[in-house]
Design a protein around this ligand. Structure first.
Ligand code: NAP
Length: 346
């Protein structure tokens, strides 16, 4: 069965996903596109020579009988409306982060899916599909390092533009750590705190950079996450899990090692888009394969989207208060208990 997919939002990541589904992956076909800018939607059809209809808006695209699943890749504030309409129509939904821009919005989606009674939604938290994170997860699950006690991680970008604000360090940047870390240790967050080290002179006047976020899990694991978005030297994702019997660390990105002019070195990526290319492929392949084989997507759930939103809200509050802020999720609905939340096995 080929999954017939409609794309809502043909900007940067929308076109990237169209490219990978059309050229790299199997089991899916782009049959419909829409964008607030209809010229952009038409241009995507031409660019990838799609046999796809251009719809005037998300509602008409979702209503089309020709569409089995939607990819929501519009800008964040538009996601909730499309996801809700997708669930109401009983369509499968792959939604880029954020699932919705507020925790309340994410909860509405969770409730709609629970009412529907079956999982339809997968959120685009692609790090779970990165082979390095999957190796970390496997080591933790197999108790290779015993009980995990602490995590040290860093999310560094060479630079950001002037429109990047202090809260975006949480909502746009840390959000990926927020998702992948609770999945990694299979634990929920209890509280968060944010501290500001000495500010880099490379940050704009309105941006606090770097920031250090401390997250404590319900089980007592302490996570120290550095966000440094003007680090200059490259795009660098680090993660080290310290356990009772040893330490496991995210592998470095494979890169040519050189010896030259009295130096021994390797290159570091500069562009975030290059870091998780394989993970983007795997998450979408898994979305399509899972629907075909189990009738439900098996990746990050709407509940994971809700966890990310609630935790990010607490972090933004902690940025202002300087205090520990509680992360209060409420009860996890039955629909999401025991879900596999897997990526492709490595
Ligand atoms: P983008 O290039 O600005 O693309 C967004 C597209 O959606 C634009 O073409 C925009 O049109 C269109 N759009 C805006 N409102 C819409 C609506 N109501 N209905 C349909 N289309 C609408 O942004 P992007 O970088 O592709 O990001 C899109 C989403 O993906 C964001 O939520 C972002 O956070 C997420 N994302 C996730 C990752 C990841 O690592 N998982 C990476 C990148 C992006 P106009 O240009 O005319 O406004």
């Amino acid at each position: 069965m080929t999954l017939k997919i409609g794309v809502i939002g043909t900007g940067a990541i929308g076109r990237e996903h169209i490219r990978r589904i059309t050229n790299n992956l199997s089991g899916g076909k782009i049959v419909a596109v829409t964008d607030v800018n209809s010229e952009a939607a038409k241009a995507a059809v031409e660019q990838f020579q799609l046999d796809a209809e251009v719809y005037p808006d998300d509602k008409t695209l979702i209503a089309s009988e020709n569409v089995d699943a939607i990819l929501v890749t519009s800008w964040g504030p538009a996601h909730q409306q499309s996801v809700m309409a997708g669930i109401e129509a009983g369509k499968y939904v792959f939604c880029e982060k954020p699932l919705a821009t507020t925790a309340e919005g994410c909860m509405e989606i969770v409730q709609a899916e629970v009412k529907h009674g079956r999982r339809l939604v997968q959120v685009g938290f692609m790090r779970r599909y990165d082979s390095g994170y999957q190796q970390l997860k496997e080591a933790i699950d197999n108790r290779f390092i015993g009980e995990p006690l602490m995590i040290r991680c860093a999310h560094r970008n060479p630079e950001v533009n002037d429109s990047y604000t202090t809260d975006m360090a949480i909502t746009d940047t840390l959000i990926h750590e927020i998702d992948v870390l609770h999945w990694l240790v299979n634990d929920d967050y209890k509280s968060v705190q944010v501290a500001y080290p000495k500010k880099t002179r490379h940050a704009s006047s309105h941006l606090r950079d770097p920031q250090v976020v401390t997250l404590e899990t319900q089980g007592g694991i302490l996570i120290n996450a550095e966000i440094f978005v003007n680090c200059k030297y490259g795009y660098d994702i680090q993660c080290e899990v310290i356990g009772e019997e040893g330490i496991v660390k995210l592998p470095e990105v494979a890169s040519l090692q050189y010896r030259k002019n009295g130096q021994l070195g390797t290159h570091i990526l500069m562009d975030w888009k290059d870091r998780f290319l394989d993970a983007y492929d795997r998450e979408l392949q898994d979305f399509m394969d899972s629907i075909r084989t189990t009738g439900e997507p098996q990746g990050p759930t709407a509940w994971d989207g809700y966890i990310a939103a609630v935790t990010a809200d607490a972090c933004v509050k902690a940025q202002d208060s300087g205090q520990h802020e509680a992360v209060e999720l409420g009860e996890k609905p039955e629909l999401y208990r025991g879900t596999v939340n897997r990526g492709v096995q490595v």
